[in-house]
Each structure stands twice: as structure tokens, then as C-alpha cells.
Write a protein that binds this ligand. Structure first.
Ligand code: MSP
Length: 497
């Protein structure tokens, strides 16, 4: 089972392109694994409890659940508008989640890893975390004020899990990727781990502890458990173990400590295995700064979709932003890459082939040649793309696919079928080019699904790229020939600033 998750997003904030970045990446991965014929579960959702949401609700003069309903709907709508193919959308206010959180809490409590304690310290509401005095100036600079909190809390005995975590990291070197983030997580663990507070008595917007309902669960224990809930943990669904064994989390580096240190320890405490892997990406920066509500530098996906279309939007975040390092977002950069890769390379190939098939082959697509000079390039593109998706490197998968597109364009320019007389020679060249387009529609479909379905249709092929199965469908020669090839409006109209 390929089980891929995004973080669940807080319902105090509008969906912005930072959220979309992770979600589009998870979507493309899910689509790739479906093409491979794997059973796939793709989960996203919203994180609805905690002080941050309670305060946002108060500021809006509404009840927390209404706040959650309102914003959860916005995330659902934003993902629909981006063609996100999630199989499930979890909200932490759902009964199934309540059940899973209580089950996990009870399991850790029964293991003796949750103890009552007293906490007094500095707390950042924006981060939903206790902070140290040294962190305060930087947080305040970022507009994340700190308050003093004094509470009776239950604590999770994270300090006990240092050796078990180090053993886990040793046994599973690919647990956290990329390597630089793995080292960061290992650094946290080796520094020495402090127990962390998992409950609050001062708020009631949360899930009560099963053995002491005066306390509600602190956001992170609640939030992280969503990944178990959707796999069926709370209801002891018989499918749970198989789903959980394939779990891969996609996250931004802001929540590394929670996913790579707290979470595996909580799971080990409850007698469960940590997820198979955690894939961490950097920040999308706008004007050199991370997007955030307080900095007012957030960009809504819809404003970019207006200009670039859904696939133009998706392509940018998959091809132009590398998964891993921070990346600066710029409208100009996005436009340049759109024009180069989509309008020119892919758009031209599709338009040219359709035009020449119309003029030289009566609009009927010829079959490719078995010994085509493009066959090797196509096989290489598949191998490289498959390897890159496996490494969660969408930009590399798309680079490999675009190399094939460029080779096909160069091949057409070298052969100039538009100057040839109708006959077997022109048929051979165009059959090869049509086959490349079929393969590109397949390989690029996780990234730009709508356009690839359209290319498929224009090639006269039945069904859609999504219905194909890899690797069989990637073998050279799948385009049967004899199909009507349609000429139509540009797939990606050229944009000017
Ligand atoms: N609710 C917690 C996560 C709980 S997961 C069990 C949370 N929510 S959040 O709404 O703040 O979303 C954080 C996530 O959104 C990041 O990890 C990342 O996936 C995405 N991003 C938000 N802003 C981002 C950027 N500026 N750049 C890249 N990703 C960003 O934390």
C-alpha cells in the first residue's frame, strides 16, 4: 500500500501557495503510484483544535467549530480547484479521530509513558509550543508573541526514547529524507530529549484525556494522530496494519521535530511502528521571507490559477521548485518557465505534430517504427522519471520527461517532415513523434493531469493516461496508428508580462 499524507493545515488561516506546494507534491506522487498499479491512499485534511483556532474563532466572533467548518471548506475547495485527488480528507473534530486519539493516548498511558507534572514557562501561541527565553527575541521579531503559562500538564516521557529513536534511525537510514533533514533530526535527539507536555486544563477546545477528562490533549498529540485515524486505527479496522506499513509523510521543515522525533517516539510507546518515511521540504520564500499570516505576504492559489491555469500552477510547484531546499517564489520566474516548458516545448510539439499529421497524413496518425531513433531516449526518460518519483524528486522526474520532449522537437527539426512528400518516410517520422507524445502524456500526467488527458484525446487514444499501467504502458510502440489526430487550440497559450 502506498499511503501518502500532507500535514493537516490549521483552520485559522486561508489556504496559500505554501500549503499548496506540499499538497500538489503529494497529489503528483499519489498519481504516479496509482499509475504503477499500487493500491494508494492519499490523505490531507485540517487541524482544528488548540488555542490558535480558539483565538481565531473569538476574533471572528464565532464558535470554534464554526471557525473550523468555515476554513475546512476553504481547504476542500482550494484542493478541488487544483485537481487534488485525495482519497480522504480528515478533520480532527470528527468522531473517528476522537476515537483514535483516545486509543493512542491510552496505549501510551498504559505503557507508563504519560505522567502528571507541573509546567511553568513561555509559550508561543503561533507555534503552539513552549519556547525557551533565548528564542523569544527572534519569535517577537517574526511577530509571534510569547505568553507566560503555568499549568498542571500531563507529560509524554520523550526522554526515555533517546536510545530507541537512535536505533530506529540506524536501522532505517531512509526514514527521514533528505539526508540534511535526517541529520538535523538526529542532532535534536543527540542533544538530549526533554519530556513534552501533552495536555491542557486551561482550554476546552480539544479531545479529553480518557483517564482524566479535566485535561484536553495538546495540539501535537492530537494532530499527528490524524495519520493513524485515516488508516483505521481508532476502529481497529483490519486493513489498518497494511495501510500503516506504507505510510509516508510529506512535511515542511517547520514541523520536522514533531514528525521526526516526537511522533516516532509516541508510536513506539504505543507499540506501533514509525511511518515508513518522512520527506521534508524547505520553505517557499516570497521576497526572501517565509510566507506567513503575520507578514501579509501570502499568495492564494486562485490568483495564480487565473493566469497560469491549473496545470501551469501545478507544473511550477513540481518542476520549478525542487523538493528539499528553500525556493524563492517569483511571478516572473514562474512565467518564464511556463513559456519555455509548457507553451514552447510541450505545446509546440503537440501542435506541430497535429498540424503535420493533418497536412501529410490526412489527419490519421501513423504507427511508430520499432527501431526508431527516439526509442532509446524514451526508455531512458521512463527509467529516470521512475527513479526520481521513487526518491520524491518531482522536479527531476519532470526534467527527464522534458528532455524527451526536447529530443523529439530536435528530431522533427532534423527531419523536417513538413517539407517531405506524403509517404512511408513522413509516416515513420510522425509515428515516432506521436509515440513520444503518448509517452509524455503518461509520464507528465501526475504533474499536469488535465493537459495530459487532453493530449491523449487529441492523439485519438481511447480512455485516459490515468487508466494506463506502468511499466507496461511505457514500452515503446504503444501508439497503434490509424487513429484520428485532432488539431485544436494551443494547450498552453503563451503569456506575456
Ligand atoms: N497543523 C500543523 C501541522 C500538523 S501535521 C500533523 C501545521 N499547520 S500549518 O497550517 O501551519 O501548515 C504547515 C505546513 O504547510 C508546512 O509543513 C508545509 O507543508 C506547508 N507550508 C506552509 N507555509 C509554507 C511555506 N512558506 N513554504 C513551504 N511550505 C509551507 O503546522
Amino acid at each position: 500500500m502506498f499511503y501518502v499524507t500532507t500535514p493537516i493545515y490549521y483552520v485559522n488561516d486561508e489556504p496559500h501557495i505554501g500549503h499548496a506546494y506540499t499538497t500538489v507534491t503529494a497529489d503528483a506522487l499519489a498519481r504516479w503510484h496509482r499509475l504503477l498499479g499500487e493500491e494508494t491512499l492519499f490523505l490531507t485534511g485540517t487541524d482544528e483544535h488548540g488555542l490558535k483556532v480558539q483565538r481565531a474563532a473569538e476574533a471572528n466572533g464565532i464558535a470554534p467549530l464554526e471557525q473550523a467548518d468555515r476554513f475546512a471548506r476553504r481547504f476542500v475547495a482550494a484542493w478541488q480547484a487544483l485537481g487534488i485527488s485525495n482519497d480522504d480528507f480528515i478533520r480532527t473534530t470528527e468522531p473517528r479521530h476522537h476515537q483514535a486519539v483516545q486509543r493512542l493516548l491510552q496505549a501510551c498511558y498504559d505503557r507508563g509513558d504519560i505522567e502528571l507534572g507541573h509546567y511553568e514557562g513561555l509559550y508561543s501561541v503561533a507555534d503552539e509550543a513552549y519556547v525557551t527565553a533565548e528564542e523569544v527575541p527572534e519569535l517577537e521579531r517574526q511577530g509571534r508573541p510569547v505568553i507566560r503559562m503555568e499549568e498542571e500538564n500531563y507529560f509524554f516521557k520523550l526522554s526515555r526514547y533517546e536510545p530507541a529513536l537512535l536505533d530506529w534511525y540506524d536501522a532505517y537510514p531512509g526514514f527521514v529524507q533528505p539526508e540534511i533533514r535526517r541529520n538535523e533530526a538526529l542532532g535534536f535527539i543527540r542533544q538530549g530529549l526533554r519530556d513534552f507536555s501533552i495536555s491542557r486544563t486551561s482550554i476546552d477546545w480539544g479531545i479529553p484525556l480518557p483517564w482524566d477528562p479535566r485535561h484536553v490533549t495538546y495540539v501535537w498529540f492530537d494532530a499527528l494522530t490524524n495519520y493513524l485515524t485515516a488508516a483505521g486505527y481508532g476502529t481497529a479496522d483490519p486493513a489498518f496494519p497494511a495501510r500503516w506499513a506504507g505510510a509516508r509523510h510529506l512535511i515542511g521543515k517547520d514541523i520536522l521535530r514533531f514528525h521526526c522525533v516526537y511522533w516516532p517516539a509516541m508510536l513506539l510507546s504505543a507499540g506501533l511502528e514509525p511511518p515508513r518515511s518522512v520527506h521534508v521540504h524547505g520553505y517557499l520564500l516570497v521576497g526572501g521571507e517565509k510566507m506567513s499570516k503575520t507578514r501579509l505576504n501570502q499568495i492564494a492559489p486562485a490568483t495564480l490559477v487565473e493566469t497560469f491555469g491549473v496545470d501551469g500552477f501545478r507544473y511550477h510547484f513540481l518542476a520549478d521548485q525542487r523538493f528539499g531546499p528553500d525556493g524563492e517564489f517569483s511571478f516572473e520566474g514562474m512565467m518564464a518557465r511556463y513559456n519555455a516548458d509548457l507553451a514552447n516545448n510541450l505545446g509546440n510539439l503537440a501542435a506541430r505534430v497535429a498540424a503535420v499529421v493533418a497536412s501529410k497524413c490526412g489527419g490519421v496518425g501513423p504507427a511508430p517504427r520499432a527501431g526508431s531513433p527516439l526509442a532509446e531516449a524514451a526508455a531512458r526518460a521512463y527509467e529516470e522519471a521512475a527513479g526520481a518519483w521513487e526518491r520524491v524528486a518531482p522536479s527531476e522526474a519532470l526534467e527527464a520527461t522534458w528532455r524527451l520532449i526536447r529530443e523529439a522537437n530536435a528530431f522533427l527539426e532534423a527531419n523536417e517532415p513538413w517539407k517531405m512528400d506524403p509517404g512511408p518516410a513522413v509516416d515513420g517520422v510522425l509515428g515516432d513523434a506521436l509515440e513520444v507524445l503518448r509517452l509524455v502524456a503518461l509520464l507528465a500526467s501526475p504533474a499536469v493531469p488535465g493537459s495530459c488527458t487532453e493530449i491523449w484525446r487529441r492523439l485519438g487514444l481511447p480512455g485516459s493516461p490515468e487508466e494506463q499501467r506502468l511499466p507496461a504502458a511505457a514500452a515503446w510502440g504503444g501508439y497503434p496508428g490509424g487513429l484520428p489526430v485532432r488539431k485544436a487550440a494551443p494547450l498552453f497559450p503563451r503569456l506575456t508580462a
